[in-house]
Design a protein around this ligand. Structure first.
Ligand code: HEC
Length: 182
């Protein structure tokens, strides 16, 4: 045979097998459950008040969007969104929410519309359109086009939310308990 069983051939074969094994490992085993290393993103910490009040993990993330590179119309939509969607909770709830498609946003905004109506401050048709146009555009920019980064941010926020819940439960457990058995 042309390829003799020399130590060099064995070494080359071993190296090739190792490289193939590494590639297979990388393909089959994701870096983290969300597919992106969470340590790569830094998400600014929130105030203790916000930690205490959080109802969703999204509440514990950034409250603003950098819309400086967005088209002029979407910048105007952002102003409307920032005004009407921060009345009852911070913008963080929608900015860091996992929803991305216009259909999902229509569903949630319809829900918020009902709530706003009950609060005596109904949203107008043009406000709803501006909010949906903004959410659709912004979701594509930040959540779809930069999916790995957004997934990593969500992973950080989920851990933060779990820790915040643990803190709240600990606080409740420290309170004096009513005696059930006299
Ligand atoms: C009148 C008060 C009010 C206004 C205004 C309001 N929200 Fe909400 N929102 C709530 C309440 C209360 C909840 C929690 C209960 C729920 O999910 O319905 C909530 C929850 C949410 C959630 C989390 C839903 C989930 O289940 O994950 C999102 C996202 C959201 N709001 C986005 C928005 C957006 C976008 C706007 C602007 C159109 C908005 N909110 C305006 C009261 C409001």
């Amino acid at each position: 045979m042309y390829l003799k069983r020399t130590p060099l051939a064995a070494l080359v074969l071993a190296a090739l097998m190792l490289a193939a094994g590494c590639t297979l490992w990388r393909v089959l085993v994701p870096a983290s459950p969300s597919g992106a290393p969470a340590s790569d993103v830094s998400v600014p910490e929130v105030t203790p008040e916000r930690r205490k009040a959080a109802l969703f993990y999204s509440d514990l993330g950034p409250e603003t969007v950098d819309a400086s590179s967005y088209p002029a119309e979407r910048k105007r939509d952002y102003e409307v969104y920032a005004r009407v969607c921060s009345r009852c909770h911070t913008l963080a709830r929608s900015i860091n929410a996992p929803y991305v498609s216009r259909g999902w946003w229509e569903f949630y905004v319809a829900r918020m519309r009902v709530r706003a109506k009950f609060h005596g401050k109904p949203l107008t048709k043009s406000e709803v359109k501006a909010v949906l146009d903004f959410l659709e555009y912004d979701s594509n920019e930040r959540k779809v086009a930069h999916a790995a980064e957004f997934d990593a941010t969500k992973a950080v926020l989920k851990r933060r939310f779990e820790a915040a819940l643990d803190e709240r439960i600990e606080g409740l457990q420290k309170q004096t308990q009513p005696r059930l058995i006299p």
